[in-house]
Design a binder for this molecule. Structure first.
Ligand code: TXA
Ligand code: MG
Length: 323
């Protein structure tokens, strides 16, 4: 299959036409690029799993074209807490896990009684859904277990030859995947840390984290995920790289510094100005660049706490395989 890269009006038109034909297309969102297919068409959803080599036990996020779809796909449209969260954070990087209606195919939810939904704020994504008029299932547009794509070129590296179209919207503004929250009996259970922080969510309800050993609900919670091919070591504090002595050629994924310590063959600086938003937007591209250098190890400094630091720390721990 020939993979086309398009932008602008022609790209939007073509993406909507392919979705209507049951095909899958890569679309930019504010977080990462998604691999989209008609959410109510089980065959289209199956194509997503196939292109990504994603196991069927890992459910997909359904992206809504508009708010009226919430009541058609879930049983929570009148829930007061859900309404307040939506008012505060949609469109945007918050995914809600809610009791679902039967119209959502089992393949999309991996047979769970819940469905994950969000509305993206990205203008191109919204334009495609506006034209298509149906919800799309869209996981990140990478092969399973690999680094999420934050630019059209990354999607091309991951899925060239497997999908007909990548809609190029330039680099993603946020850079880490949406916060995934299950709303259960008035409590907010954070299943995946993300751009909407626990501090922000705390203003709306009691925030809980999944109990250890409560079972994996989705691979977003697996210990090894979002991983580069090169093994990654997460340091315990910023600056610890100065004392790092390892074997072989090492690259440093630095939080914020100007000079490269002599023991590192390469370095990427996440945020020269020390801002976690900037770091999040650059994280996956920087990991991808270091991964492409054939190093023996990538050594990463942890983010400072607070704000997007929690989501970045979560992705780095997963890239390190839980080590
Ligand atoms: O920002 C994002 O969320 C991006 C863009 C494309 O929207 N999408 C994304 O999708 O990151 P994906 O499939 O890579 O991650 C979705 C996460 C997975 O960890 C999955 O297990 C979890 O959401 N998930 C989906 N449905 C669920 C459900 N019903 N219950 C619990 N977890 C669910
Ligand atoms: Mg993913």
């Amino acid at each position: 299959m020939n993979t086309q890269l398009l932008d602008g009006a022609a790209g939007i038109e073509q993406a909507a036409a392919l979705l209507a034909a049951g095909q899958v297309v890569a679309l930019p969102t504010e977080t990462v690029y998604g691999l989209a297919g008609h959410a109510l068409n089980a065959e289209a959803a199956a194509r997503i799993f196939e292109a990504k080599e994603r196991p069927f036990f890992d459910p997909l996020i359904v992206h809504l074209p508009s708010l009226d779809w919430l009541g058609r796909l879930t049983l929570a449209a009148d829930d007061v807490l859900v309404r307040r969260l939506i008012e505060a954070f949609w469109p945007g990087p918050l995914t809600l896990v809610l009791p679902r209606r039967a119209v959502v195919p089992d393949i999309v939810t991996s047979g769970l009684a819940t469905v994950a939904v969000r509305i993206s704020a990205h203008p191109l994504f919204r334009a495609v859904l506006g034209r298509f008029g149906q919800p799309v299932a869209a996981p990140s547009a990478n092969r399973f277990g690999r680094i999420s794509p934050t630019a059209a070129e990354h999607v091309f590296e991951e899925l060239n030859g497997r999908i007909p179209l990548i809609l190029d919207g330039g680099p993603c503004a946020v850079g880490v995947e949406s916060t995934v929250v299950a709303v259960r009996e008035g409590a907010l259970e954070i299943l995946r840390a993300g751009p909407v922080t626990a501090e922000e969510l705390g203003a709306y309800g009691e925030v809980v984290f999944p109990r250890a050993g409560s079972g994996i609900e989705g691979p977003g919670q697996m210990q090894s995920h979002y991983a580069p091919g090169t093994s990654l070591r997460l340091l315990s504090r910023i600056g610890e790289s100065d004392s790092w002595q390892g074997e072989g050629r090492a690259g440093l994924l630095a939080w914020s510094r100007a000079e490269r310590p002599a023991q590192f063959a390469a370095m990427e600086v996440l945020t020269p100005r020390g801002d976690s938003r900037e770091a999040a937007a650059r994280l996956f591209a920087a990991m991808r660049r270091l991964d492409g250098l054939g190093l023996d190890v990538i050594v990463a400094e942890p983010p400072p706490g607070g704000g997007l630091g929690a989501a970045i720390g979560d992705r780095l721990r997963k890239a390190a395989g839980g080590r």
